[in-house]
Write a protein that binds this ligand. Structure first.
Ligand code: SF4
Ligand code: SF4
Length: 265
């Protein structure tokens, strides 16, 4: 299987899938211009995820999910300008954003499935998406046995940030997906060394957060965002208002890393 063909077919899927739109809000495309990268399934960074200071022992390796795993395909699907711009105002999240998160994740699930079936149908190898597997679970509150963002970091898509998002060359406002396969695919070179190389610690996400979940930059870079405060806000304020939708994303919009790697300051 040629990776160029897979990229092209993913682009076509984004263009043609009705799940990548929201008729009710006249959103023509929830996501545009995907990025794709490949990690070696044996990359030692996967093993490092078992460190309790990163994810923990409950993290499953690619080989645990799929015996014979050779590669991990990771993608980033950026939210369209229509979804991002609607959420740039301060205050409660825009309808376009919460639909983008909820309906967008349904599209993302279909995209994971599309890639799994694409590879399996070649007959050249097997594929599996951890997020679609029955073994996927949240072990402790807010910690799961697979992480799309950590897989994306290992695959070379981007680095972490003060707001705990991952900043790719197309910014941080979007969603991630990953597929493990037994195919040997060309590994993407990581163009960074540090965990936070793409974040410039400007602190603009701090001002955007309605519940002060993000802490002072430079004092506490590693635990910049309190996941529990963020999740409680989404559950107790956003969800009752937009049920069954949730999500806020103010820290991912109207910030210098929304759709690019920000300039170093
Ligand atoms: S707004 Fe600034 S500090 Fe916050 S994640 Fe983006 S680049 Fe980093
Ligand atoms: S998603 Fe909203 S509540 Fe959570 S950290 Fe970002 S701005 Fe704060």
């Amino acid at each position: 299987m040629r990776i160029e063909n897979l990229k092209s077919d993913i682009n076509s899927y984004l263009e043609s899938s009705p799940l990548n739109s929201v008729e009710e809000l006249a959103i023509d495309k929830i996501f545009t211009d995907p990025l794709l990268a490949i990690a070696d399934a044996g990359d030692l960074l996967f093993e490092k995820m078992k460190d309790p200071s990163i994810i923990g022992e409950h993290f499953l390796l690619p080989e645990d999910w799929l015996p014979g795993a050779k590669s991990v395909i990771s993608y980033f699907i950026p939210f369209s300008e229509q979804v991002r711009s609607a959420n740039r105002k301060q205050g409660v999240p825009a309808k376009e954003w919460v639909y983008g998160r909820y309906e967008g994740e349904q599209f993302n699930e279909s995209l994971r499935q599309f890639v799994v079936e694409y590879i399996n149908s070649t007959g050249e190898g097997k594929a599996l998406a951890p997020m679609l597997d029955s073994r996927f679970q949240i072990i402790e509150r807010l910690s799961s046995n697979w992480s799309e963002r950590h897989a994306a970091y290992i695959a070379g898509l981007g680095t972490f940030s003060l707001s705990r998002s991952l900043i790719t060359p197309k910014g941080c406002a979007g969603r991630y997906g990953s597929i493990i396969t037994t195919l040997i695919l060309p590994v993407t070179a990581r163009s960074y060394n540090g965990l936070y190389e793409h974040c410039n610690f400007c602190g603009e996400c701090i001002n955007r957060c309605p519940v002060k979940a993000i802490s002072n930059p430079r004092k506490d870079k590693i635990a910049g965002m309190d996941k529990a405060v963020c999740a409680d806000y989404s559950r107790n304020v956003i969800f009752p208002r937009f049920r069954p939708r949730h999500g806020c994303g103010k820290c991912q919009t109207a910030v210098p890393c929304e759709d690019r790697i920000p300039d170093i300051i």
